[in-house]
Design a protein around this ligand. Sequence first.
Ligand code: MCA
Ligand code: AMP
Length: 513
Amino acid sequence: MTNSLYHALLGQRSDSSAPLLHLSDGTVVSYGDMADRVARISGMLRAHGLRKGDRLAMQCPKSPEAFALYLACLHSSIIFLPLNTAYTPDEIAYFVSDAAPKIIVTDPKSEAALRPVADKANAMLLTLGADETGSFAYAVATATPSPDAVACDTDDLACFLYTSGTTGRSKGAMLTQGNLLSNAQTLTQTWRFTSDDVLLHALPIFHAHGLFVACNVTMLAGGSMIWLPGFAVDPVLAALPRATTMMGVPTFYTRLLDSDRFTKGISGHMRLFTSGSAPLLAETHVQFSDRTGHAILERYGMTETGMNTSNPYDGERRAGTVGFPLDGVDLRVTGEDGAEMPQGETGMIEVRGPNVFVGYWQMPEKTAEELREDRFFITGDLGRVDTHGYVTIVGREKDLIISGGYNIYPKEIEQVLDEQPGVKEAAVIGVPHADFGEGVVAILVADGDSAPDIDTIKADVAVRLANFKRPKNYFVVDELPRNTMGKVQKNVLRDTYGDTFKKSDQPLKHAGE
Ligand code: MCA
Ligand code: AMP
């Protein structure tokens, strides 16, 4: 028994002075500094009674200490539950009631709002701000460090990541130490990461992309990261000359291309740009390569599986495709009856491998619906494989909107809108949006003669749903289009409202410009 993932990322480093994080103020956090932080945080967590298998939830701004908390959970074999900083207290209350964490670490700004949530769940509430101050820092400073990792197996749970669904409640995807480690090992090799790499890290650390793909891969190779608090064009352009690699969602790349300061000169030296979490338009791929000489390497993954496919490091990175299944990942395309489709035909993408999660927390029925007995996971994505083996995602069977790399399930928003005064029913769709790929639009049917009051609805939605989920436009109609079975025809709505954001006379706001 070893402490598998922690050991691979941090525990086995021989050169503790090697840089891990380059911060915006010029400070460098070395691997050794991070190991010290981890030992102190682990000491605090263990002193507060957290033991192997307990859960800890974190909704904090990105900081080195927030990252150290993730590593400390791995070190102490505590299950880490990162939460999007945009989630409202209403949303957090559900995750906390479901996962029952013993400790919740939050931004000091959210302390008052989350206090009742923590009290109800009998959880301890600690605060950690972007500047690393708060009661968490005090508790860590006064604890005795615990440098020894808690032994664990590759089958032990490492993290819960909550994903919404087309129906009902969010599900906690249970990822093991082995899921995360195997995927990081494969990606490190596939993308040729080494200790010379300096990754420009502008992603959030509460999702698989920014935490597992970006951080685990860089650390496994012994490389370092330029640690930005989030994505904005100016700081990214300023940092690029010092970086060798960057990972992003398509919005990062379209925003960079919108700037005439993003040139071959500033990016030519880079070794690798990768994209994922949402489809990268072929036109963005082409524009990027015309501007910089780099073919963005697009890959495909999901919360439940980590990364499944990748365009090749060597060889053609084909625009509009997500490349080949990664080493150790089996990928098949199936029809409605679950049988494998003939080569080249479109169907459901299913994947199997050491990266695939073990199930949803306390939801055996949901797990059984999506994870087959032969361990293939039914992704909900529709795709095909061409004769050369490249996988193309052609659509989604799941009713899902992906906006700026965040997943939004229309059902969740429709449930909130259906409850609004004056609303008989609501349909929520995603339509093309130049900045976010897809933007959320709500179509409401009035419950009487008078139109629903949109401002009142927006105010309630703001309390209940994270900002990225909130509809950016509302329309009121007499009735929704339905098929003969009575099902709302979302494709008809998407046709009708497809150019909502093109018509907008509001210029799109770009952070950092
Ligand atoms: C912010 N806003 C958004 C989004 N982000 N609206 C729709 N979709 C979004 N993604 C809205 C806010 O509600 C706000 O609206 C306004 O934009 C400004 O907010 P701000 O936070 O300042 O925006 P930003 O900093 O410019 O953020 C945009 C972003 C960010 C940089 C694209 O969304 C981002 O970092 N996305 C990355 C997501 C990610 O890491 N996904 C990985 C999932 P208002 O002003 O009206 O309030 S993991 C995954 O999918 C799998 C495993 C995979 O394959 O990787
Ligand atoms: P999440 O559950 O947040 O991890 O989102 C996973 C989903 O994002 C996948 O099931 C796909 O629908 C989508 N996705 C991720 N990467 C890509 C990509 N490169 N191209 C198209 N869709 C993607």
